[in-house]
Design a protein around this ligand. Structure first.
Ligand SMILES: Nc1ncnc2c1ncn2[C@@H]1O[C@H](COP(=O)(O)OP(=O)(O)OP(=O)(O)O)[C@@H](O)[C@H]1O
Length: 260
């Protein structure tokens, strides 16, 4: 399950934290005074946010605080209500490759392998490369023995690993995850966490929402606490969990104890 990625498959341009802090590194994705409005409701207030290469950014906060909306805005799936979303273009002028995972993976009524082959086709991967890449991705998440089983009969944890394989197979530079382990038992949750951390170690940047503070602590380099569509706290993980927090964030953390 932990076979290393072949060299050169992913860019590993993780920025040094000091350089990021000094504003010397161009972000991969940046929001400037961007917000989201659904009809009358301002789901996300106008905000500035930069995501850098190599970051593992965890979004936490109460239900309805705007975590999913922020993920979708960063991913480019929602129009801004004002402001702008900038991305760092690659040398070939393309946007950074991105993929998104949800709490319940959307899988087609096909075998695990065919779900992957379809994703690779949609991503424009040449036909001759697809089978090898699909099999490599299945091995990467430990599902090679399940390649020909219908995706929808796999366990919840296996389905989420298949969704991770599908994302990994197209070599995203940024992986967005919306509460990816919320429906999983502890063992499956740990497997998904380990895979995401492995992918990040290979150079993938991660932006993830979670209601699990322990998970945020285990996985983050940086934590954002949201409330009412606002970014209330945005800090490196050590500072977030060790230094005093604003009252509303401290109350939320207290209410979420015990963590697991
Ligand atoms: N498509 C939509 N149309 C209208 N309102 C929406 C839509 N999507 C989200 N909202 C509203 O925007 C606000 C933020 O929702 P969002 O799903 O981003 O919160 P969240 O922090 O991810 O919540 P949860 O932890 O429950 O998943 C909520 O008030 C929600 O009802």
């Amino acid at each position: 399950m932990n076979a290393p990625l072949p060299l050169g498959l992913l860019p590993t341009d993780a920025a040094a934290p000091a350089a990021v802090a000094a504003g010397q590194v161009e972000p991969l994705i940046e929001l400037r005074q961007a917000g989201v409005r659904f009809g009358e409701r301002q789901a996300l207030q106008l905000l500035d946010l930069a995501v850098h290469a190599g970051e593992r950014l965890m979004l936490i906060g109460p239900n309805g605080s705007g975590k999913t909306t922020l993920l979708r805005l960063l991913h480019g799936q929602l129009p801004n209500s004002g402001g702008e979303r900038r991305v760092r273009l690659a040398a070939d002028g393309r946007e950074p490759r991105q993929a998104m995972l949800f709490q319940r993976p959307f899988l087609l009524r096909l075998s695990a392998r065919r779900n992957l082959l379809l994703a690779l086709w949609l991503a424009g991967v040449p036909r001759r490369e697809r089978a090898a890449r699909a099999d490599l991705a299945l091995r990467r998440v430990g599902l090679e023995a399940h390649a020909d089983r219908p995706a929808r009969v796999l366990s919840g944890g296996q389905q989420q690993r298949l969704a991770l394989a599908r994302a990994w197979a197209v070599h995203p530079q940024v992986l967005f995850l919306d509460e990816p382990t919320a429906s999983l038992d502890p063992a499956a949750k740990r497997e998904v966490e380990a895979l995401v951390l492995d992918f990040a170690a290979e150079g993938m940047s991660v932006v993830m929402s979670t209601h699990n503070l322990g998970q945020a602590k285990r996985m983050a380099t940086r934590v954002i606490y949201m409330e009412d569509g606002r970014l209330v706290v945005d800090r490196p993980v050590e500072s977030f969990f060790n230094d005093p927090l604003p009252h509303e964030a401290a109350l939320f953390l207290k209410g979420e104890l015990p963590w697991h």
